[in-house]
Design a protein. Sequence first.
Length: 318
Amino acid sequence: MKLDALATPPASSLSGRFFLVSYLPTYAAVCYLLVLLWSGAPAKPPSFSLAWRTAEKLSVGALLLILFTVALVALILHPLQLPLVRVLEGYWPRWLTPLVRYGHARQAARLGRHRRAATLPPGEPPGPAQLQRAGVATTELRTRFPDRPELLRPTALGNVLASMEERAGTAYGWDTTVVWPRLYPLLGENVRAIVDDRRTLLDISCRLTVTAAVSAAASAALLAATGWWLLLALVPLALARVAYHAAVRAAISYGESVRVAFDLHRFDLYPALRLDPPANLAEERSVNRELATFWRQGRDFGLPYVRPAETEERPAVP
């Protein structure tokens, strides 16, 4: 996702964001793996009574050491949140090309099904049920898939975020990924709170997805020689799947809030840039395309700056 430059909560809320996004998932994963170790894995089948007795014997110093270690690991991993989201979007290394192709094929098939559902059959007038199905499918297309084929990603999350980046400011001539870092600081308090909350939910879901998947792999390694106890690894794996679906839903909500931010606050850019607001939609699109090109490529087109009005007379020079 390319809208991360300024799309994070202000510094005053970073502590709460760090606790929710980084610390809690890390703490849950560490506790789960420690319980398996304390229960006897991997040397023998787990005994949860043994794990409980081991936990009871922990000193205050040992507990503080565990909490400190979890906080340190969470702090180290916190800057990796953006690369983590991009992995879930489908930005994978070249050696995973076969997996990328498989993901593209699956997403293209889903896209085709939605397009067929959104197309009304010719001939007889459609009934209410057909209209409703077509309307739902059209909404799914707009929120879950980009229009341009080259933007199709191999994952559902990647396509939802690609759809947001493609559409949020397009109706007004903006390049969303170029304009968003400049628009975000100008958002009103209410809109920014909604954008930040939905972005935080997206990051929490993404972090839970990856943390649970890593926990599943680690627990499978610990329980590989314990027989049926290996099925315990399915618990974090199921949590990873649920968290991923939650991340997709959170991305849809986040995309909606970004589109609303463009709708309500795009005109705040012009006075901030000392430009006259456009007179109509056609002029707005023309000016916005020129500005986006200037920011993206540095190509000057002669910006018509407006001098701010002077509200106070300058004092006379003695």
